[in-house]
Design a protein around this ligand. Structure first.
Ligand code: SAH
Length: 221
């Protein structure tokens, strides 16, 4: 986005993105599509990538991290099955873009980020954009956020070697956990549904995320 682009331009870019990248690829949940139409993605990418904000790919956000591709954000959000009344936990705030999409669709959102500067930048931006139902936490999200549990939905936006036990424990009965699980270079997107003490896993397909680093994730190196 250049300084010359106005709100109408970005709205039409969003509409185009929703049609060509999401609807075409079978994202069907109307609330997810509406949220993706509402959040100004250009605000969450660094200045020099603004012209590419609606491209069909992830983009660098600094600190060796990325803002996920719009389709991946939509796919994961749809998989959480949000109706509007939920308390949601996100692990991996990054730019705060996914956080904003969740804030459009749920009652309360907690988002935890291990890198302090990213967390602070996202917190300020989300506040500026008027998302009053979001709390950004700093720390190791592989241990969840026990002080705010249980969660109706948990989304992990970094790739994990396994499913952190703390996240399963902090899931409400009937809750959904969406998490990429696999190697450092390639993962399968898992949706895990809690039914009492049972956890039912579905595979939603392949994906590539930056590593989830923490005591129940990958080691830092
Ligand atoms: N949802 C983000 C994607 C960010 S990339 C967006 O829309 O922009 C993944 C993020 O996960 C990175 O910012 C990384 O620092 C963070 N991360 C990695 N391991 C983490 C952990 N254990 N706890 C919290 N955040 C973590």
């Amino acid at each position: 986005m250049t300084a010359m682009m106005n709100r109408n331009d970005t709205r039409s870019l969003r509409e185009q993105m929703v049609r060509s990248q999401l609807v075409q690829r079978k994202i069907r949940d109307v609330r997810t599509l509406d949220a993706m139409r509402s959040v100004p993605r250009e605000a969450f990418v660094p200045e020099k990538y603004r012209v590419s904000a609606y491209d069909d790919r992830p983009l660098p956000i600094g600190e060796d991290q990325t803002i996920s591709q719009p389709y991946m954000v939509a796919l994961m959000t749809e998989a959480l099955e949000l109706g509007g009344g939920e308390t949601v936990l996100e692990i991996g705030t990054g730019s705060g873009y996914q956080t904003a999409v969740l804030a459009e669709m749920a009652k309360t959102v907690f988002s935890k980020e291990r890198i302090g500067v990213l967390a602070e930048r996202a917190r300020v931006l989300l506040e500026q954009l008027g998302y009053a139902n979001v709390t950004v936490l700093v720390g190791d999200g592989t241990q969840g956020a026990a002080e705010h549990a249980p969660f109706d939905a948990i989304i992990v936006t970094a790739g994990s070697p396994g499913v952190p036990v703390s996240l399963k424990e902090q899931l409400a009965d009937g809750g959904r956990l969406v998490i990429p699980v696999g190697s450092r270079g390639y993962q399968e997107l898992n949706r895990i549904r809690r039914q009492g003490d049972q956890f039912v896993t579905e595979n939603l397909g392949g994906c590539v995320f930056v590593p989830l680093i923490g005591v129940q994730g990958w080691e830092w190196n």
